[in-house]
Design a protein around this ligand. Structure first.
Ligand code: DSN
Length: 414
């Protein structure tokens, strides 16, 4: 065999350290999860060696008889899981999935409606620093200041005024259910297509705890497979039969080259995993854990954006707790105690996005580890101790010890 004589100890040593980090610290980043050993195995398989530009039975390369079957299974499972007429499982990421939809259905300069980044939306929903905002004329809606929930009156008013080609909803930092029905109604009224970016909540949809946009008339639903859905790091697009061909052409050859066949196999595995009763129970527990964590944080005096959560994440607005404490400062202190999460803007945040006044906290990963409501109360107590004692090294170290002890009872990987 021509293989190099050693396994690259430098990199594999670092991978071992990352396993150790994931096993001994709390993963509360709302967009992260622990994939199953089967998903990891497929992702590290020889499928990574193959080139297969095109689609099943329509490839530009030979030797794709196995790959064709894998991609076809992945497509069929995605369709079944989300009750969608068509699935494209090739997007490498959620951002690619969204860009492929825009490329398919819009011309540069066309109007689109999307949720503003600092109100919970995503960069690819028209942020001026993202290609979506540079190429297309996005008009942004936000949340109502009084209840911090999506302002549906504003959505309707803006849609009537601007007549967008696509109305996009979905979020990265929004703690409430997004009901697809009113968006469908507004889209019908103004003759727009309705796109739901379900990247964050795909697992909650698959698990039946949030409404399935495809059941409520979404023309397109994009998703990532690695967040609540717990699959490999990647994206996918579901759509109506009418849009199937245009969307497929836009993903390839429009935006991407060769698909990542090892990741598509892993997606297929995760779609099957998400069809099980165990996954439904898991999705329901994610939401129960988030509610328990939010309630316990509120009992410690922390203000939750919109007053709580009904999905997998919550946003903490730190301003009333401690006006001097930015999201960034809080995140750095929590990191030192082995609590991993991200700083996040809160609606109408006076601080810039790299400082922020908030924290985003999610429960998908700790729920996969088997933690339940009692552990959420413990975690809230640890977070509170770090925020109060952030200048006290001994306190941060003491919390770190308790985090290690808690994680040792719920180790995700051997
Ligand atoms: N970066 C992802 C998140 O953390 O929500 C979204 O792309």
């Amino acid at each position: 065999m021509p293989w190099p004589p050693n396994d690259d100890d430098e990199i594999f040593g670092l991978i071992d350290r990352e396993v150790e980090r994931q096993n001994t610290t709390l993963q509360l980043i709302a967009s992260e999860n622990f994939t199953s050993p089967a998903v990891l195995r497929a992702t590290g398989s020889v499928l990574t060696n193959k080139y297969s530009e095109g689609y099943p039975s329509k490839r530009y390369y030979g030797g794709n008889e196995v790959i064709d079957q894998i991609e076809e299974i992945a497509r069929e499972r995605a369709k079944e899981l989300f009750r969608a007429p068509h699935a494209n499982v090739q997007p490498h990421a959620g951002a690619n999935a969204n860009m492929a939809v825009y490329l398919a259905l819009l011309k540069p300069g066309d109007k689109v409606l999307g949720l503003r980044l600092d109100q919970g939306g995503h960069l690819t929903h028209g942020s001026p620093v993202n290609a979506s905002g540079k190429l297309y004329d996005f008009v942004s809606y936000g949340v109502t200041p009084s209840d911090e929930r999506i302002d549906l009156d504003q959505v309707r008013d803006l849609a009537r005024e601007h007549r967008p080609k696509i109305i996009v909803t979905g979020a990265t930092a929004y703690p409430r259910v997004i009901d697809p029905a009113p968006f469908r109604q507004v889209a019908d009224e103004v003759g727009a297509l309705f796109m739901f970016d379900a990247a964050h909540i795909a697992g909650l949809v698959a698990g039946g705890v949030h409404p399935n946009p495809m059941d409520h008339g979404a023309d397109i639903m994009t998703l990532t497979t690695h967040k609540t859905l717990r699959g490999p790091r990647a994206g996918a697009i579901l759509c109506t039969s009418e849009l199937a061909e245009t969307i497929d052409k836009s993903v390839f050859p429009g935006l991407q080259g060769g698909p990542l066949d090892h990741v598509i196999a892993a997606k297929a595995i995760s779609f099957a995993e998400a069809m099980t009763q165990e996954f439904k129970d898991y999705a329901a527990q994610i939401v129960r854990n988030a509610a328990a964590l939010a309630e316990a944080l509120a009992e410690h005096g922390l203000r939750l954006v919109s007053g709580g959560t009904d999905n997998h994440l919550m946003l903490v607005d730190l301003r009333s707790f401690d006006p001097e404490l930015s999201g960034k400062k809080a995140r750095l202190a929590l990191d030192r105690s082995g609590i991993s999460l991200n700083e996040n803007t809160v609606p109408d945040d006076p601080r810039p996005p790299y400082i922020t006044s908030g924290l985003r906290i999610g429960t998908p990963a700790v729920t996969t580890q088997g933690m339940g409501e009692p552990e959420m109360a413990t975690i809230a107590g640890l977070i509170h101790r770090v925020l109060v004692g952030r200048a006290d090294d001994a306190e941060l170290s003491s919390v770190r010890d308790e985090v290690v002890s808690l994680c040792s009872k719920f180790t995700p990987y051997d």
